[in-house]
Design a binder for this molecule. Structure first.
Ligand code: ACO
Length: 448
């Protein structure tokens, strides 16, 4: 059944030049701004809309995540992210995102069992890892291995079948942690570690990442809790770049493994998931509290490309609620590991303090985002910076697959096909090569 569309009085667009007017339906969501329904705009007026970066465009109708960026609010299926981070656990949040409600005790148990049973990967995937150079970035490995999953799991690629669809969802949530841990092991030349079914999702991930055949990894419950919270805080975030990439790839009917690989590729960019890695690099480069003003000035300088990494957000024009939880967790983790004097944490706290009082950041509503403190936690846990975005991808996989599933199950689902404002050459005649100007028009190309 098509999702219910609540309508308000239509919005009238009037063209002063032609006198033409058109009525656009206005749709109401349960929360957030109303939206102009422009589906018939081109048919009725011959006009497209122009919105690079989709700053004013709702690309879908979704019931998963709600953000009020001005108030700094993030809800998953109606539940506040802070409540979920403090009271729930990652697999429960996975169930919530995927199915719409918190599980009953019986369903929680069953869901945990199902995910545990899918954590192993096909043994032949090991050969795929061996094909990568040792110094390959783990995100490059993630894109390749996740994309290859459809070549291994043929029994879950016919997603018109609800059973296969659900198996694909469960496989991705379960195997992404194993795949991420294997990418890490491969990069440091240690043997892969098999998952253990008696461990929780996060304990298992830490075990696969940090244990070695010669020595068991002793799981610290506080560290495992911090990892769990990190995954919860990254689980979903509405129609961001990587999620929109997953939806766009999936809209053509591509299989879910390929769609998630596309999402991972999009997440890798420094303006998105790669920012947590960039924050640590920036804090290390600053190196000392005394140099913070110099970097604040660089960030404000229009002639300098430098931006304060971990600051600013397309949607949040207030403190990112995830950054709040992340900051508290950073303090807890460093205390647990007797690292309270951590130099990077001190620089980060001071940098935040100075930026939040600076008129440039105040005027542009630039606040710390989820990435600002997350890198400090991950570094303290022993992850190299190259693994930070992999950890983001592990947490976000459930959001991607829930959004993909919602799209597949929406009868309105159409292949994504944006239009454009064309500014290229008008139609012109083809000239054979002998009659074209002799001089090269691309000198720079041949220098490389
Ligand atoms: N440091 C300095 N100035 C900034 C920053 C920053 N971190 N972020 C934005 N600005 C400035 C821009 O220069 C621009 O100034 P102008 O209006 O004078 O041209 C203005 O603020 C608006 O910036 P836009 O880039 O237009 O905002 P947009 O919504 O497109 O970008 C983004 C959001 C990409 C997150 C941006 O704030 C940024 O690059 N931040 C740093 C990278 C980062 O932390 N990314 C993680 C995002 S969260 C996530 O993906 C999980």
């Amino acid at each position: 059944m098509t999702k219910k569309e609540n309508k308000k009085k239509p919005f009238t667009l009037f063209n002063n030049e032609t006198g033409q007017s058109v009525e656009l339906p206005v749709l109401m969501g349960t929360e957030g701004p109303d939206v102009l329904d422009i589906r018939n705009l081109y048919k009725d007026t011959g006009l497209f809309t122009y919105d690079p970066g989709y700053t004013s465009t709702a690309s879908c109708n979704s019931a998963i995540t709600f953000i009020d960026g001005n108030k700094g609010i993030l809800h998953h299926r109606g539940y506040n992210i802070k409540d979920l981070a403090n009271k729930s656990d990652f697999l429960e949040v996975c169930y919530l995102l995927l199915h719409g409600d918190l599980p009953s005790p019986e369903d929680k148990q069953k869901f945990e069992n199902v995910i545990q049973r899918h954590t192993m990967v096909h043994e032949q995937l090991v050969n795929l890892y061996r094909g990568f150079r040792r110094d390959a970035h783990p995100m490059a490995i993630m894109v390749g291995v996740v994309g290859a999953l459809s070549a291994f799991y043929h029994d879950s690629t016919d997603f018109s079948d609800i059973n296969q669809r659900m198996i694909a969802c469960h496989r991705l949530i379960a195997k992404i942690a194993t795949i991420g841990a294997m990418a890490y092991k491969y990069s440091i030349g240690q043997p892969f570690v098999y998952p253990k079914n008696n461990l929780s999702y996060c304990e298992n991930f830490l075990h696969m990442t940090f244990s070695v055949p010669t020595e068991d990894y002793i799981i610290n419950p506080k560290i495992s809790k911090a990892m769990d919270r990190f995954f919860i805080l990254h689980a979903d975030h509405e129609q961001n770049a990587s999620t929109s990439t997953v939806r766009l790839a999936g809209s053509s009917g591509a299989n879910p493994f390929a769609c998630i690989a596309a999402g991972i590729a999009s997440l890798w960019g420094p303006a998105h998931g790669g920012a947590n890695e960039a924050v640590i690099k920036m804090l290390e480069e600053i190196g000392d509290i005394s140099r913070i003003p110099e970097y604040i000035n660089k960030a404000k300088d229009k002639n300098d490309d430098f931006r304060l990494m971990g600051f600013g957000h397309r949607v949040y024009k207030n403190y990112d609620p995830r950054a709040d939880v992340m900051k508290i967790t950073a303090h807890e983790v460093l205390k647990e590991l007797n690292m309270e004097d951590d130099k990077l944490l001190k620089i980060a706290i001071e940098l935040e303090k100075i930026a939040l009082k600076d008129p440039y950041f105040i005027e542009k509503q630039l606040y710390p985002n989820v990435d600002f403190y997350s890198g400090i936690i991950l570094k303290a846990l022993g992850f190299p910076t190259s693994m930070f975005t992999v950890l983001f991808a592990i947490g976000r996989t459930v959001g991607w697959i829930s959004q993909w599933k919602e799209m597949i199950e929406d009868p309105i689902n159409k292949i994504g096909r944006p239009r454009q404002l064309y500014s290229g050459k008008k139609a012109r005649q083809y000239e054979i090569v002998e009659s074209r100007e002799k001089k090269s028009i691309f000198q720079w190309l041949w220098k490389n």
